[in-house]
Design a protein around this ligand. Structure first.
Ligand code: NOJ
Length: 711
């Protein structure tokens, strides 16, 4: 259907709809919370959408919406398919967004989106509340695992790719679903990383740092946007026309629909105290540009009464409903209310292979004194630690263990491979012995047998210690003030280290923790984050050199909790002694954005930059003895600018695979806009003057070659 036909059909529907039908169309009902009967009542009232409902229950609601309402407008079903359709058993579970971002490979994000869309569509659902385009800059925040890391450029590239994967080229085809870029905007920037709190943000900063990933998602055609819980300069985003209308629609040209986050409307009353009643809050939210209201079903009566009392113009509802119906028509829902999906695709071999590939590519080796890869001559491996055999911790947030209501008692659904299982299988293949001991729990007081772990490990050739975090420390309302390893994990490390046996630390965690000497005093440190179904197998393959870990950090590791935030693209101006940061801690992070070593080493030389064409190139050589993939990273700094600009900012990256000894020339072509800033008038401009281009292996100064140039 072309846009003109869609617009005409929407107009015709709107002309027929009553005030009640319009209000209902804006309501999204949380099925897991209201229960089936109440959900059915809403379907008969003409609710526009439901969330957290699967399979046949969804089909029944759809049937009621179509057959038992006057206009038969189909509903759309939304679900949090965040790293795979993980709320449903047997679906393919991918690495978390943060883990996937370690691949620095938009193709990985695209594939995650495509596979997830197929599995969601097969469940009769239309829409995932993904991707998260917030930045993980303050790692105390509970939801850092859901981000693509700390950098707007990388997050935007990965975000646009996953949107394309979810939506395909045509929203009406059977296998693609709506994406939802969230949380618009600045949710990760809450003060003190306190979930949903006020942000320390101006509109200039919003445009400079937080808007670019959303712009890329809009350019990629994202069909929906979810608003953030937080606020900007005292105005909740839920009631902020500037961000929702002027910027999103006016400037970015977004033409989909906006959904609030969970109960944002009542939050205006109970949490943020800018409205006295739900009716006031509903009017504010509708006026500001929220088209669909998640969870707050009281919105329905509130806006109907408000319109009748002359407190809200019906045209506000018309505009919101127009946005929703336009997408429903673009999806061709009136003709085909249920996506065709692909029967049998849940966890099918093809999808599992893609989850494996993503897990392989998401591993980041951060330290190695030569202990890795393990040699085939190894006779005995001891796998120790609380996260070595804990599939819940390996999955992290947003699977059937955590949502829509936490259910840690849910039996894990095969297939999956924990680190213990992966290493056991690898040992078996080479005839080596493998022992396992949990050692301690991640949370205090659940389990502790450090002596038992030491005794299990004492005659091993190598110890693989798996530490990290667990579900009660991850997600909404789970911000951490202390990022050091919790429970007895450090004691376990120290006791094992004292054995004097080669020791590899593996981090299975939702985000960078302040791992300290568990990484720096180990012989090797491998970051696996939440690797999904095959995270453990990927770790085993990396340990034994079956794969050459090629991930790079999309986020910096702090040296201690007190060093957070420690993102690389900070603003200069810290009044500290040269080369110093805090007087009791270096300025640099423990591991920096872009870092990752693998089993190859890469040398850079011959950086050239043509000032006229803005073409740059550099030679990259694999100086190691294994074929490896390098991520060539390009950053820039603006030498003198009208506003303070980051010490450096990523503007491009390329991946290149090189055989041992091989050299390749890697080229970039930049545009003037790549060197832009947002000025005090909130305009994005490139200011003439001196710049420095830096290209190399990571964001660390010592890893980058420099070329000065003038624009
Ligand atoms: C609240 C979360 O903030 C959001 O990310 C999620 O999509 C909704 N709940 C629905 O579960």
């Amino acid at each position: 259907m072309d846009n003109k036909t869609i617009a005409a059909r929407v107009q015709a529907l709107l002309a027929e709809m009553t005030l009640e039908e319009k209000a209902a169309q804006m309501v999204q009902v949380p099925v897991a919370y209201v229960g089936h009967e109440e959900a059915l009542r809403w379907a008969r009232l003409g609710a526009g959408s439901f969330l957290h409902v699967l399979g046949d229950e969804a089909r029944e609601l759809q049937k009621a919406a179509i057959e038992e309402t006057r206009l038969g407008i189909p509903v759309i079903f939304g679900i949090d398919a965040i790293h795979g359709h993980g709320l449903n058993d047997h679906a393919t579970i991918f690495p978390s967004q943060l883990a996937a971002a370690c691949s620095w490979n938009p193709e990985v994000a695209y594939t995650m989106g495509q596979v997830t869309a197929r599995e969601v569509a097969t469940d009769g659902l239309h829409w995932t509340f993904s991707p998260v385009l917030c930045l993980g800059r303050d790692t105390r925040w509970g939801r850092v695992d859901e981000t693509f890391g700390e950098d707007p450029y990388l997050a935007g590239e990965m975000g646009a790719a996953i949107v394309r994967g979810y939506q395909g080229d045509d929203l009406s085809d059977g296998e693609h679903i709506l994406a939802c870029a969230k949380h618009y905007i600045g949710y990760g920037e809450a003060v003190g990383a306190r979930d949903a709190c006020d942000t320390e943000m101006t509109y200039r900063k919003l445009r400079e740092v937080f808007l670019p990933p959303f712009k890329k998602a809009v350019d990629a055609g994202v069909a929906s946007i979810m608003t953030a819980y937080g606020s900007i300069d005292g105005t909740p985003f839920t009631s902020d026309r500037t961000t929702l209308k002027d910027i999103l629609r006016g400037e970015l040209g977004f033409d989909g629909f906006v959904v609030t986050d969970w109960d944002n409307v009542t939050s205006l009353v109970h949490r943020q105290h800018v409205a006295g009643t739900v009716q006031e809050a509903s009017v504010m939210a509708a006026r500001a540009g929220n088209d669909m209201i998640m969870t707050t079903t009281a919105f329905y009566d509130a806006v109907i009464e408000a319109v009748r009392a002359g407190k809200l113009e019906e045209s506000v509802l018309d505009e919101a409903v127009r946005h929703i119906l336009t997408i429903k028509l673009r999806m061709n829902l009136f003709e085909k209310p249920e996506k065709a999906g692909r029967p049998g695709c849940f966890g099918c071999a093809e999808h599992l292979a893609k989850a494996k590939d993503a897990a392989d590519k998401s591993l980041v080796l951060l330290a190695n004194n030569g202990v890795l890869p393990l040699q085939p001559s190894v006779k005995k491996v001891a796998v120790i630690g609380p996260n070595a055999d804990d599939i819940r911790a390996q999955y992290g947030d947003w699977t059937y263990f955590t949502h829509p209501k936490p259910n840690l008692a849910h039996e894990p659904v095969r297939p999956y491979v924990t680190v213990k299982e992966g290493v056991e299988a690898a040992c078996k293949a080479i005839g080596a012995a493998c022992v396992y001991h949990r050692g301690c729990s991640v949370l205090d007081g659940e389990y502790e047998d450090i002596a038992g772990a030491v005794s299990a490990a004492k005659d091993a050739d190598v110890i693989v210690l798996v530490v990290g975090d667990v579900i009660p420390q991850i997600g909404e309302e789970k911000d951490r003030a202390v990022l050091e390893l919790s429970g007895r994990q450090m004691e376990l490390f120290d006791a094992l280290r004292a054995l004097g046996i080669p020791l590899v630390t593996v981090l299975v965690a939702s985000k960078p923790l302040a791992v300290g000497r568990a990484a720096t005093d180990a012989d090797a440190f491998l970051c696996a984050f939440n690797g999904g179904m095959f995270g453990g197998e990927a770790v085993a393959k990396a340990l034994f050199g079956e794969i050459n870990p090629s991930g790079r950090l999309p986020i910096s590791f702090p040296r201690s909790s007190g060093q957070v935030p420690v993102y690389y693209n900070s603003l200069p101006g810290w009044h500290a002694l040269p080369g110093r940061g805090y007087c009791d801690l270096p300025r640099t992070p423990l591991y920096a954005f872009g870092e990752g070593i693998g089993y190859s080493a890469f040398a850079y030389d011959g950086l050239t930059l043509d000032e006229k064409t803005l073409e740059a190139s550099v030679n990259v050589t694999n100086t190691g003895s294994m074929t490896g993939t390098e991520t060539v990273q390009a950053y820039f700094s603006d030498v003198v600018s009208s506003v303070i600009t980051p010490v450096k900012q990523l503007i491009a990256f390329r991946q290149v695979t090189l055989a041992p000894g091989e050299t390749k020339k890697v080229s970039f072509r930049f545009a003037r806009e790549d060197f832009s800033l947002v000025n005090r008038q909130e305009q994005r401009v490139t200011e003439p003057g001196d710049f420095v281009l830096r290209i190399g292996h990571s964001s660390r100064d010592e890893d980058l070659l420099e070329a000065a140039f003038r624009l």
